[in-house]
Design a protein around this ligand. Structure first.
Ligand code: THU
Length: 159
């Protein structure tokens, strides 16, 4: 028997269609992206995370000559929040990635490992985290939960 697994997302046409908070998150993610440490891939990623206390925490990808030792922008931000604000809920996570000099119109989604890390914090806080992934010059996709990006997700409920 074939079954379907439905996910949903919003397709936001471009920056002008974001609300004020979303524009701030876009700007902060894009600002920090430009200072990413990505000398090996030259693919720069920025992440801005809005907490329920109104603070915005940012992160960028941090690469390493021993390639697997580097870390994505999303986990750089999420782990800092996990360490410093273990009891503060996360409301929104905004990510922008592109080759250093390119103006891409394709939204770059979080990698699989970052999705799993985001899921851990979403499950812990028992509230959805709105995920935005943006292109620089065009569409921005938004989901209301990481579960839309990670169907059949593995979490602590299976342990
Ligand atoms: N990268 C991120 O920072 N986030 C993602 O979700 C995808 C990939 C980084 C890792 C590496 O520094 C570069 O982009 C190229 O893979």
């Amino acid at each position: 028997m074939e079954k379907e697994h439905k996910i949903s997302y919003h397709d936001i046409a471009n920056y002008n269609d974001l609300d004020e908070t979303e524009k701030i998150l876009f700007d902060k993610a894009n600002d920090i992206r430009q200072r990413a440490y990505a000398p090996y891939s030259n693919f720069t990623v920025g992440c801005a995370v809005l907490l329920e206390n109104g603070e915005i925490v940012t992160g960028s990808n941090q690469e390493n000559a021993a390639y697997p030792s580097g870390l994505c922008a999303e986990r750089t931000a999420m782990f800092w929040i996990g360490a410093n604000y273990p009891d503060v809920k996360i409301k929104k996570l905004f990510v922008i990635g592109a080759p250093r000099e390119a103006v891409s119109s394709v939204p770059i989604p979080p990698c699989g490992a970052c999705r799993q890390a985001i899921l851990e914090y979403e499950a812990k806080q028992e509230n959805g985290i709105e995920i935005y992934f943006a292109s620089l010059g065009g569409a921005i996709y938004k989901t209301s939960s990481i579960r839309d990006l990670l169907p059949f997700s593995f979490d602590a409920s299976y342990l």
